[in-house]
Ligand binder design. Structure first.
Ligand code: SF4
Ligand code: SF4
Length: 381
């Protein structure tokens, strides 16, 4: 927690040490960088790889990079990538089988050869998204070996948000903008005139050990206040909202709401929302063989509830219409996920709003469903 005697200050010019220590300890550092007109996640080994001086304008269906008026390294909000691509890769081999002599068969489970990841620049909403995926992939009864292996070894370095995008609504979902735990190290970036530094809060033994390897000084009360002001500013910028206290019952009551028909006319079923979402976990498996039939492999790939094939059961898809597929997605995110996992499937990151090519906004859809209920009550009353 901020303000403890372990809260420290790392000067901007010492931030490279964070990368150096992480690399020296055998981690692959991954974090934000500018590529193809967006801020994406990739391997980053130097402070210069970060999106220094860049930010973006984003809204429903639009995203544009633009220059900042300062040299902030983390002065942006969520881009199209999320951390799930490292823990739950878009395509991963599960096992392979090789024919041996006398019609024998050897089956080998795929080995994960990746070194542990250090995630640098995790936002609070995405930290919650990791916890949502943990509930899916690290269920004690059926843990996913690839995800559980990578997650268990990963180092999580948060950077608290000092600004919000127009699409953010973490304050509705109680997931941000300040991370309150579940990280190894949390940083808050402060720019104040010529001063540029990071307030650092270790949150685990690995985080304390990491901080010990980086030049730092103890934070004073002014530093702590600056960090609090930073995330307060981000919270005040948030414009989108979902009333979540009764959203589960609201959606269960509105299975036949006419709003789903309006979505039928707009949604392209392109599945962008599910690919960009940090919590969506649907996948399919594909078996491939070589031409001789002596070698077969099973691969897992991301899939989406927006595809027809995803709900194909003998004889056809059980969700043949766009209306039924959007409804399945939204009700799963905000309602049935609560029954299934005891938590919401949405962390308010806003990616599905930005990356929907027709700008469908789930906060707006929930608001309109709620409004239609009120209108009906007024008509009936
Ligand atoms: S549903 Fe949308 S806002 Fe919610 S976590 Fe997924 S991408 Fe983010
Ligand atoms: S809601 Fe938007 S992003 Fe999602 S499938 Fe429909 S058109 Fe694509």
């Amino acid at each position: 927690m901020i303000g403890t005697d372990q809260t420290s200050v790392i000067e901007r010019e010492d931030l490279q040490s964070l990368f150096d220590v992480v690399i020296a300890r055998g981690y692959v550092p991954v974090g934000p960088t500018v590529r193809d007109g967006a801020i994406v996640f990739d391997e980053v080994c130097r402070v210069e790889d970060l999106p220094g001086g860049w930010t973006e304008d984003q809204d429903a269906g639009s995203y544009r990079l633009k220059r900042r008026h300062d040299t902030a390294l983390f002065g942006y909000n969520n881009g199209p990538h999320s951390w799930k691509k490292y823990l739950f890769p878009p395509r991963a081999k599960l096992w392979e089988a090789v024919k041996t002599e006398n019609n024998g068969l050897t089956v080998r489970e795929a080995e994960d050869t990746k070194r542990p990841f250090a995630f640098i620049g995790v936002r609070s909403c995405d930290l919650h998204a990791l916890q949502v995926q943990d509930a899916v992939f690290m269920n004690p009864k059926h843990p996913d070996p690839l995800y559980a292996g990578r997650r268990g070894k990963a180092l999580v370095i948060v950077v608290n948000c000092g600004q919000a995008a127009k699409t953010c609504f973490c304050t509705s979902m109680n997931t941000g903008p300040r991370a309150e735990g579940g990280y190894d190290l949390a940083l808050t970036e402060i720019l104040d005139g010529d001063d540029h530094y990071f307030i650092a809060e270790p949150g685990s033994p690995d985080g304390y050990s990491l901080l010990a390897g980086i030049p730092h000084r103890e934070a004073d009360s002014a530093d702590v206040l600056a960090a609090q002001e930073c995330t307060k500013r981000a919270a005040e910028q948030i414009g989108r909202k979902i009333e979540i206290s009764d959203v589960k019952d609201l959606l269960y009551r509105n299975y036949d709401n006419e709003r789903w028909d309006a979505l039928e006319r707009r949604c392209l079923t392109c599945a962008n929302c599910t690919m960009a979402c940090p919590t969506c976990f649907c996948s399919k498996v594909e078996d491939v063989t070589d031409l001789t039939g002596g070698h077969a492999e099973r691969w897992r790939e991301w899939d989406s509830c927006f595809t027809m094939d995803f709900s194909y059961i003998h004889g056809g898809s059980v969700r043949p219409t766009t209306r039924s597929r959007y409804r399945q997605w939204l009700i799963h995110k905000l309602a049935t996920w609560l029954d299934q996992f005891g938590m919401s499937g949405c962390v308010g990151c806003g990616r599905c709003i930005t990356w929907c090519p027709v700008g469908i906004d789930l906060t707006e859809e929930v608001r309109l469903i709620r409004a239609s209920e009120k209108d009906k009550e007024a008509d009936d009353g």
